[in-house]
Write a protein that binds this ligand. Structure first.
Ligand SMILES: [Zn+2]
Length: 382
């Protein structure tokens, strides 16, 4: 076991040019040396040095030559290697842990999920460490860990801290350093919606677009944004916290004193509660609504209106090319589509065209994959 774990390489210090060359290859899949040099404005000598470093560390391999270049001279094609650098992503929810092992390019190599035994920080670090150890036994090339949490993540004096997570019941938890001490792996912690937005921007629905908004519905309501080709980040780790946007005045209290905000209607447990059921019975309330139960339908219609208001607010504020909608709460878009569309339309100016909503089928493994991709992005600084 120890020998196996020792095989994991430590991420080397790379020059800016070397990192940029690797990013280019990752983003494009396969590139010739000539294309990389052109894209980055590198001299032949600098490119040769960068590629040699990438090959020495096992990041890229040559896969033939390309003679399409303007000069007609053959140029070696490069792509990322497999099996040398692997990454573990962990997505935490209130009650479950989802894990994905990926390669450098974000391709999924293994998936795992289990129930969270105890969400308190020490117990959770112990459980993540155990999962990491098991997955590393099968994937010894895992070199870093990305963890995505439902909560606000900030950096204070160089230390990453989960400032607040209502779902996990946390305040000020230095999760990255706790996990690094326990696993020995470089660890990055990020808000779950921010991680998913970054992944969609790189290798998902938002790949190649200049602006994209991501809205997630489920236990919570999330919002992420790509604008001018970059993932937007707030100043205090609280970017896009749209869960408490007002929908109607005078509606139900959301729990923090607002009356009629998004969180009074749209979270899955609130839909169940508003339908007159236990707040853990969301799946059953979805079934009731589909079977025509009036109380369940009413709760979904209100949730649909809240979602439509949210979508129109997003369009009004950021004018995205498209909105990607995903999350385990997607049944609301199906059951209450008429209410979503009506409120969305009503929130816009009458002469504005609607913005396309791209529904992304929901899988938690994609959130875990996003956490692994986050580790790659942080290491490559993009
Ligand atoms: Zn509220």
């Amino acid at each position: 076991m120890t020998n196996q774990l020792d095989r994991a390489a430590t991420w080397p210090v790379l020059t800016d040019a070397t990192r940029a060359a690797l990013r280019e290859i990752l983003v494009h899949g396969v590139l010739s040396r000539a294309e990389i040099a052109r894209a980055l404005g590198l001299s032949r000598a600098s490119l040769t040095r960068a590629v040699r470093t990438l090959q020495e560390h096992g990041f890229v391999i040559e896969v033939g030559t390309d003679v399409r270049g303007a000069t007609g001279r053959p140029s070696e094609l490069l792509r990322t290697s497999e099996g040398v650098w692997e990454f573990l992503g962990v997505k935490l929810t209130q009650d479950r842990l989802y894990a994905a092992v990926t390669d450098l390019a974000g391709r999924v190599l293994a998936l795992h999920e289990e129930t969270l035994r105890d969400p308190s920080p020490d117990a959770l670090v112990q459980q993540v460490a155990e999962v990491t150890e098991r997955l590393r036994a099968a994937s010894p090339a895992i070199s870093s860990l990305g963890v995505s949490v439902p909560g606000d993540v900030v950096t204070r004096d160089g230390v990453t801290v989960v400032e607040v997570s209502q779902f996990l019941g946390w305040r000020d938890v230095p999760l990255s350093s706790m996990l690094e001490a326990r696993t020995g792996l470089t660890t990055f912690t990020v808000n779950d919606v921010d991680a998913l937005t970054a992944k969609e921007h790189w290798i998902g629905a938002g790949a190649g677009v200049g602006s994209m908004a991501l809205v997630t519905v489920g236990a919570g309501v999330g919002f992420g944004l790509v604008t001018n080709g970059e993932v937007s980040e707030g100043a205090h780790g609280r970017f896009g916290r749209v869960g408490h946007l007002p929908v109607y005045g005078g509606g139900p209290d959301c729990g923090v004193g607002h009356e009629g905000c998004v969180s009074g209607y749209l979270p899955s447990s609130i839909i169940a509660r508003n339908a007159g059921h236990d707040d853990t019975s969301y799946g059953a309330v979805v079934d009731l609504a589909r079977a025509g139960d009036e109380a369940a339908l009413e709760a979904f219609r209100d949730a649909g209106t809240a979602l439509g208001v949210l979508l129109s607010t997003v369009v009004t504020l950021v004018d995205p090319e498209s909105i990607v909608l995903t999350g385990d709460g997607l049944p609301v878009y199906d059951i209450a589509r008429a209410e979503v569309d009506a409120a969305f339309r009503k929130g816009l100016r009458p002469y504005e065209p609607a913005v396309t909503v791209v529904v992304q089928p929901f899988e938690f493994s994609e959130w875990a994959r996003a956490a692994a991709v986050l580790a790659v992005r942080r290491l490559l600084r993009f």
